[in-house]
Design a protein around this ligand. Structure first.
Ligand code: HMG
Ligand code: MG
Length: 285
């Protein structure tokens, strides 16, 4: 039987969050609906974060209100704190993600608190989510290199990943935020994480600044990971990771996985058309 790999589309969130030109809410809604039509089962739609920090995603509630949910598709949002969680719930969101980092410097720049403080902030979210039947994903950023403090130790990544797992996150996405990691560093990082968290609950989240993302996905596949985040058109970057470019393009990941004999359930031709549309959004065309 052909093995399935899940491609988790994060373009509407990770792809658009860094765009300087305001993108109309209607265009974001159209993008999410077009991605639903391509066959994705998981789409990260937006973030309920401070509009002062990430102005582009200030319309998260309106985007959720405008999309046409397709049966069986998970529509997720980032929620950094209780306030974000409450706003997401008010917008009808039932899949959220908390996000931590493996370096103190990145944690401070990204969410204005230490790693330990961030994990404390997540606890009430986890408790509320359990009561509400909401599923929570956890991210660990800067899993190999931090733009502010350099190389990150695999044990530091394993520690945060394990804490998120124990806390109740159903999946831990390992963020290679800078997109500069070589497969050897990803291999070393995964070896450490896999001693503490099983492959079934891990996802790979590779930015592609230096063009190693596909090779990094291959390494993660050999370690048993079967979920990979990607952004249509290769859009994006993190506002708090200067110089980092977008996530690996979803259409490249899908094409590569199909070539390796995996099934994804995604219509590649339809996705390539949406990729062209998404890149035009970025250039304001
Ligand atoms: P803070 O300033 O420490 O928080 O921000 P605060 O509680 O002191 O609040 C400050 C202001 O923000 C207040 O407003 C709050 O009301 C407001 P003011 O009084 O100044 O007018 N506020 C909020 N507003 C809306 N929604 C909220 C919220 N919380 C507070 N949820 C905070 C802390 C985390 C909110 C802030 O640092 C923030 O929003 N950061 C943005 C982080 C972000 O979105 N980063 C990009 C996503 S992560 C990423 O891209 C990495 C990833 O892709 C994986 C990878 O590649 O590695 C996931
Ligand atoms: Mg990212």
């Amino acid at each position: 039987m052909t093995e399935t790999v899940t491609v988790f589309e994060v373009g509407p969130r990770d792809g658009l969050q860094n765009e300087a030109v305001p993108i109309p809410t209607a265009a974001k809604i159209e993008l999410v609906d077009a991605l639903s039509a391509c066959g994705f089962t998981h789409i990260e739609v937006s973030s309920f974060v401070s509009p002062k920090w990430v102005p582009q995603l200030a319309d998260a509630a309106d985007v959720f209100a405008g999309i046409t949910p397709k049966h069986g598709v998970v529509y997720a949002a980032l929620t950094p704190n209780q306030r974000g969680y409450d706003a997401a719930r008010a917008a009808g969101v039932s899949n959220v993600a908390v996000f931590a980092a493996a370096s103190e410097a990145f944690s401070q720049k990204n969410i204005n608190c230490s790693i330990a403080e961030s994990l404390e902030r997540f606890k009430p979210i986890m408790a509320a989510a359990e009561t509400d039947g909401v599923r929570v994903r956890g991210y660990v950023s800067v899993v190999t290199d931090c733009p502010y403090s350099g190389a990150v130790s695999p044990d530091a990544v394993a520690d945060v990943a394990e804490r998120l797992h124990v806390m109740g996150c159903e999946q831990i996405s390992l963020g290679e935020t800078l997109g500069r990691a070589r497969p050897e560093s990803v291999d070393a990082m995964l070896q450490a994480v896999l001693e503490r968290v099983p492959a079934e609950v891990l996802a790979g989240h590779f930015h592609d600044t230096d063009g190693h993302a596909i090779a990094n996905i291959e390494v993660a596949l050999t370690h048993g990971l079967r979920t990979f985040d990607a952004a249509v058109g290769g859009l994006g970057g993190c506002p708090y990771a200067p110089g980092a470019s977008g996530n690996v393009a979803s259409e490249r990941v899908v094409d590569h996985l199909h070539g390796l004999g995996y099934q994804t359930g995604i219509d590649l031709a339809a996705l390539q058309a949406v990729g062209t549309q998404a890149k035009a959004l970025r250039s304001g065309a």
